[in-house]
Write a protein that binds this ligand. Structure first.
Ligand SMILES: *Cc1c(COP(=O)(O)O)cnc(C)c1O
Length: 402
């Protein structure tokens, strides 16, 4: 935590527990003495005099001017998040996608090159292909687990490598340290989209990643209410991100920051509960005869199990499985469930189910889906916090339709 803020918030300086930080870090009380964090839904701030206003505008005096620049609720969220993620600084954005856009605007110039895992969030690939490439930035896509592929793709123009581990929806895992070394040997940065694990389960910075990127919309909120994003890293790059956000405006709203703050307070507890539910459900699904294969990093049969056990504290809430049969069997399974929500969102207390081949990965060509291992009989479940017994019964309803 920033020293000045540490003083203001009155927290002891020796706090290290992730739950304590998630509940307490960054809070600065107003003279009203509120116990819970205050929301500041204000667009601008008043000054004591013309000279005071001039000093604030000139940056000679620290303090609020306008909420596109700073907002106390957003700042509290950023401070708390940086403490949790073990980063010098965190910067909040209006959505997850606004976060990667900000990094592109700050880090890239015409003529630069970036390398991206093929298994990243679909909109990330659309952002690169439809918009970033327009500015003469070259993008190479590589298979997440193909270390030689990453090495071969790198050039002296490569500015950053971007990946998600574990991947969606098959839970493939890559050695973060290995990729950080590849990046650093070539003066490039490693950016990890850590949305699926959150700092409660994985801290990519401990394995050499330079920047972590999150969609706060998922587990950080945890109850499917608000859109938001957050970046974390060294102060130098984060300050450049602040500069872009101030100028261009995709900043987080104070209301959303407040919702995410409350989300952080229970983040570790929820991530452990999501992980425990998902592991138990994966083990149970694995025993069902109508299921061909279950993909979950917590199962010893998963190719990434050992690595996930080393990098992550638990395996998260997302699992997928192939039913025996084709697309119509997968659709019958999904349509016969009654409890889980049929929606592509995840990171919610409510469990969700989706057919990747015709939704989240539907825009890919058949060939690309084949290569990514997204088969027509694959179903993804983002396991929520309902009772295991009820989730299991719902999966039984799905199985009975096969
Ligand atoms: C949802 C998501 C994003 C995009 O975040 P938004 O908040 O929807 O803009 C990026 N990466 C991952 C892994 C996601 O799940």
């Amino acid at each position: 935590m920033d020293e000045e803020l540490e003083q203001q918030s009155g927290l002891p300086s020796d706090i290290e527990g992730i739950d304590t930080l998630a509940i307490r870090a960054g809070q600065v009380r107003t003279p009203e003495g509120e116990h819970s964090e205050a929301i500041f839904p204000t667009s601008s701030y008043v000054f004591e005099s013309a000279a005071h206003a001039a000093a604030r505008f000139a940056g000679e005096e620290a303090g609020n001017v306008y909420s596109r620049y700073t907002n106390p609720t957003v700042r509290t969220f950023e401070q708390r998040f940086a403490a949790l993620d073990g980063a010098e600084q965190a910067v909040a954005t209006s959505s997850g996608m606004a976060g990667i856009l900000t990094l592109c605007m700050v880090l890239l110039e015409a003529g630069d090159h970036i390398i991206c895992s093929k298994s990243v969030f679909g909109s990330t690939i659309s952002l690169f292909n439809r918009y970033i490439k327009k500015f003469n930035v070259d993008v190479s896509y590589v298979t997440l687990t193909d270390i030689d592929g990453w090495k071969q793709a790198i050039t002296d123009k490569t500015r950053f490598l971007l990946l998600e581990t574990p991947s969606n929806p098959l839970g493939e895992v890559v050695d973060i340290q290995q990729l950080a070394d590849i990046a650093h040997n070539n003066n490039a940065l490693l950016i990890v989209d850590n949305t699926f694990c959150t700092p409660a389960l994985q801290k990519p910075r401990e394995f050499g990643a330079d920047i972590t990127w999150y969609s706060a919309t998922k587990y950080i909120d945890g109850q499917g209410r608000c859109l938001g994003g957050v970046l974390a890293g060294d102060a130098k790059v984060m300050e450049e991100c602040v500069g872009f956000l101030r100028t261009a405006g995709p900043t987080m709203s104070p209301f959303n920051a407040w919702v995410f703050l409350k989300g952080l307070e229970t983040l570790r507890l929820r991530m452990d509960a999501h992980s425990a539910n998902a592991l138990a459900l994966a083990q149970w699904l694995d025993e069902q005869s109508q299921i061909e294969k279950v993909y979950y990093g917590g199962l010893p049969s998963h190719a990434g199990h050992e690595l996930a056990s080393r990098q992550q504290r638990a395996y998260g809430g997302v699992l997928s499985f192939e039913v025996k049969g084709d697309k119509s069997a997968a659709w019958r399974f999904i349509d016969n469930t009654e409890l889980v929500s049929l929606t592509a969102n995840l990171g919610d207390a409510k469990s969700t189910i989706v057919h990747p081949a015709t939704t989240t990965h539907g825009r890919l060509a058949q060939e690309e889906r084949d290569e990514a291992g997204i088969r027509d009989n694959l179903i993804r479940v983002a396991v929520g916090l309902e009772d295991l017994v009820d989730l299991q019964r719902d999966m039984e309803r799905g199985l009975s339709a096969l």
